[in-house]
Design a protein around this ligand. Structure first.
Ligand code: PLP
Length: 430
């Protein structure tokens, strides 16, 4: 309560904006994830690794727009690309070269994507991948995971289906549990009826939970055996490796049939893509009779195509990708060391991570169901504490590092986490 009161006192303009928002947006909100108690901050400006609020406070941005902000807020090459593109004129309603070049660059990094199509968001990309898998197999059921997050396409946690917006025949398995997947695929009810297995190579919004050894390989085998399309939703994980996503670190026989992308690949502009095996993606070839339709006025919009192209061509090069990954691993290790013996646990992989307040050890956390005791009140206190100290993280403790962050900023964050653990010693004691 003290923290919430101080937050309200220190952010009067954000409160006024939020109150005004409630008149025209439900609960003052147009992106569910951005609401938190007592009201969300309003930012007015951002630069490099920093955000500036309407109330005049500066924040180090550790949320990185849920991974879309990989380039930071003012990467000069990206800004130049967007400005130049805008000068050449906004959308043409035609094919253009940046679109083709971006597709080539994505293909180089994701060898499993023989062909792809662009969308405006990761949600659309995932919906279209599912549509493709259903058309390709002539089947209807989709295996997904409890705690999996695929934007507006699928969100499901702890048996609550409130946010399942797309009317698919979902079959819900447990992440990192192949037995649960096989049981669904082999059951009399489902055998021969599953169109796709849709999985994030690492659960992102579900708590930054990496795959255990053999899990993704097992899914590959199970999908092949069941004649289902294996779809990797790499909207978040595509930053994990210079060659692409987690998938690119695997031997070729582990490649998914389809991949969905989004977030940073559009250079920070609205973006999504879905693609995969030639035989599947050819369904969309407009030269063919009865081709599947896939529309979208802004699918190849000039600003996104240009920003995305420059980002992959000139900024997020293999060396910088590995540096960012290593920086994330180092930060997570420092945080894990600082919080040893407490309820605070930090899961994740590379530059994506998530704080939890649980008795489970990091190794115990294999699915969101292992986080049943995650203390939401403590994570709320942690969130407000971090905002008060000038660190912007997600309400649920999620972090995604950007290229703009410095070592000093990350060291400073570890110090503030230590301070939190000292101040709240009684609360976070294991
Ligand atoms: N898939 C995953 C794994 C995501 O994390 C997200 C968004 O966070 C999406 C899909 C949806 O992407 P978008 O928000 O661009 O619709």
């Amino acid at each position: 309560d003290n923290l919430a009161n101080a937050f309200t006192r220190n952010n009067p303009k954000s409160k006024t904006i939020y109150n005004a928002a409630t008149n025209s947006l439900p609960g003052g909100n147009t992106r569910s994830v951005l609401y938190y108690h007592p009201f969300p901050l309003s930012m007015s400006r951002a630069s490099g690794s920093q955000l500036f609020s309407v109330d005049g406070h500066a924040y180090i941005d550790l949320l990185g727009e849920y991974t879309a902000g990989l380039y930071g807020h003012s990467e000069p090459l990206i800004l130049a690309a967007i400005t130049e593109a805008a000068k050449r004129g906004l959308n043409y309603g035609s094919q253009h070269e940046d679109e083709v070049r971006l597709a080539e660059l994505v293909k180089q990094r994701f060898p499993s994507m023989d062909l792809m199509r662009f969308t405006n968001s990761g949600t659309e990309a995932t919906l279209m991948a599912l549509a493709a898998a259903k058309a390709f197999t002539g089947r209807k059921k989709i295996v997904v995971f409890d705690g999996g997050y695929h934007g507006g396409a699928f969100t499901f946690k702890d048996g609550k289906s409130a946010a399942v917006n797309a009317p698919h025949e979902w079959l819900i398995a447990r992440y990192n549990d192949l037995t649960s997947v096989r049981a669904l695929l082999d059951s009399e009810e489902n055998a021969g009826k599953v169109a796709a297995i849709l999985v994030e190579p690492m659960l992102g919004s579900g708590g930054a939970i990496p795959p255990t050894a053999g899990f993704l390989e097992g899914l590959r085998e199970a999908a092949t055996a069941a004649g289902a399309v294996l779809i990797f939703d790499e909207v978040m994980t595509s930053r994990m490796h210079s060659g692409g996503g987690i998938q690119s670190q695997m031997p070729a026989d582990l490649c998914p049939d389809m991949t969905t992308l989004g977030k940073y690949i559009g250079g920070g502009m609205s973006f999504g893509a879905f693609g995969g095996k030639q035989a599947i993606m050819e369904l969309f070839d407009p030269r063919k009779p009865n081709a599947l339709q896939h529309a979208g006025t802004f699918n190849n919009n000039v600003l996104t195509m240009s920003a995305g192209r420059v980002g992959l061509e000139q900024v997020f090069m293999p060396e910088r990708a590995s540096q960012l990954h290593a920086r994330g691993d180092k930060l997570r290790k420092a945080l894990q060391d600082a919080s040893r013996g407490t309820l605070m646990k930090i899961t994740g992989y590379g530059s994506i991570m998530c704080f939890h307040f649980t008795e489970s050890t990091v190794e115990d956390v294999r699915s969101p169901q292992d986080l049943k005791d995650d203390d939401k009140t403590l994570s709320s206190i942690f969130h407000l504490f971090m905002l008060e100290r000038g660190y912007y993280i997600a309400r649920r403790g999620f972090l995604a590092l950007s290229l703009a962050l410095t070592e000093e900023q990350l060291d400073g964050f570890v110090e503030v986490v230590r301070e939190f653990l000292r101040v709240h010693e009684n609360l976070v004691k294991s």
